[in-house]
Design a protein around this ligand. Structure first.
Ligand SMILES: *Cc1c(COP(=O)(O)O)cnc(C)c1O
Length: 378
């Protein structure tokens, strides 16, 4: 064994010992079901909240783009990869927030790690919510700016940090998620926007789990999001003023030094955005499923299609996931470092594609697995 392989083995053993080792499992999607190891599971773990990844129109547009423009973009967008499907997609994104412009990136992750370092640097400071998504923190680190974390959704704490530190830096950027990915709760954008203004800070909001699900017309300097979740495709985006977008085209290294998206991904995303605009009831349906589920199990009322059931230890979360699998239901255990230590959980996500009967099936399975205090009917 090489020393590198030996090193990898030691690291993997340590992860396994703390129940944190992860493996990928092949999952073939069939509507709301997944096929894993030859077993069919009803899934409550995806992020395709509106059921658009499998939508006939979305597929058809992707197929047409593949036929017309080929499989790949062939180069970065600044060279020859800026194919004709980018412009309508970026126009639709900008229009969705009544903003001047938008820029599509290779993924949401690439959008965050490209945008943050393009806007702030060593003389600047970033204030980030304790629970923001990992890729905002990766972007913050790449930027070289100072970083302060404020307690989750705690504006008084953010105010204290801004008051204490803001004046020693040139520019300041506040980073929050719109809908928190592992808890499903929502950032108080109105108050955040006012606080940002009061302290001469810019506000950047990650809308990865909000698109098509939770509306907001609060003025925000930078909206960021993904085309890979409720838009059912792949890619990321930033919506901002024309000047900010033009700066990103020049400075965001994940745009400048990375190949454009496949035309089919852009076409699928545009078809999905059009469907979201035409059929706003899709988001309502996913939210209603989440609320019915939470109400039946006496969990707090969800503000999005994400409902956490916090179990504590990694072992407890893994055991709960296994207990549901035994009832043909897939709810993946979420463990540290994705969530704070001691808050390992099942994260249930609901989709417009789920039926009422499927949600009932989940309620019965969670109850009969003994995960909540409620009498099992079976
Ligand atoms: C998934 C996610 C991203 C990354 O988006 P991808 O398109 O999957 O790379 C960014 N932010 C949040 C909050 C996310 O949940």
């Amino acid at each position: 064994m090489t020393t590198l392989s030996a090193y990898a083995q030691v690291q993997l053993s340590a992860l396994a010992a703390s129940h944190q080792r992860r493996v990928m499992q092949e999952s073939a999607c069939e509507g709301t079901h997944l096929l894993r190891d030859g077993v069919q599971y009803l899934s409550f773990s995806g992020n395709d909240y509106l059921g658009l990844a499998q939508h006939p129109n979305v597929r058809a547009e992707a197929e047409a783009a593949l036929r017309q423009y080929g499989a790949g973009a062939g180069a970065s967008r600044l060279v020859t990869g800026n194919h004709p499907l980018y412009a309508p997609l970026e126009e639709a994104l900008a229009a969705s927030k009544q903003a001047e412009a938008a820029l599509v990136f290779g993924s949401g992750y690439l959008a965050n790690i490209g945008t943050i370092p393009a806007l702030v640097g060593a003389k600047d400071i970033i204030f980030a919510d304790k629970l923001v998504h990992a890729c905002l923190l990766d972007g913050a680190q790449l930027s070289g700016a100072s970083l302060k974390r404020f307690r989750h959704n705690d504006l008084a704490h953010l105010d204290v940090l801004l008051t204490e530190h803001r004046s020693q830096y040139k520019n300041a950027l506040i980073l929050v998620d719109h809908v928190y990915s592992m808890d499903g709760d929502i950032a108080p954008l109105d108050a955040l926007s006012a606080l940002a203004r009061a302290h001469d800070a810019w506000l950047m909001v990650d809308d990865a789990h909000g698109l098509g699900m939770v509306k907001s017309d609060v003025p925000v300097d930078v909206w960021m999001g993904t085309l890979s979740k409720s838009a059912g495709s792949y890619g990321g985006y930033v919506i901002a003023s024309q000047a900010v977008i033009d700066l990103l085209v020049n400075r965001a290294r994940s745009v400048v030094f990375s190949t454009g998206l496949p035309p089919a991904s852009c076409a699928a995303a545009l078809a999905a955005l059009n469907t979201i605009a035409r059929e706003p009831e899709r988001g309502q349906r996913a939210l209603a499923h989440a609320r019915n589920f939470a109400a039946a199990l006496q969990l707090p009322e969800p503000q999005s299609a994400i409902v956490p059931l916090i179990l504590g230890t990694e072992e407890a979360a893994l055991a709960a996931s296994e207990a549901l699998k035994a009832q043909s239901i897939l709810a993946v255990a979420i463990r540290p470092p994705t969530v704070p230590v001691g808050t390992a959980r099942l994260r249930f996500t609901f989709s417009a594609a789920h039926s009422e009967a499927e949600v009932e099936q989940l309620i019965a399975a969670v109850t009969c697995a003994g995960l909540v205090r409620r009498t099992c009917a079976a």
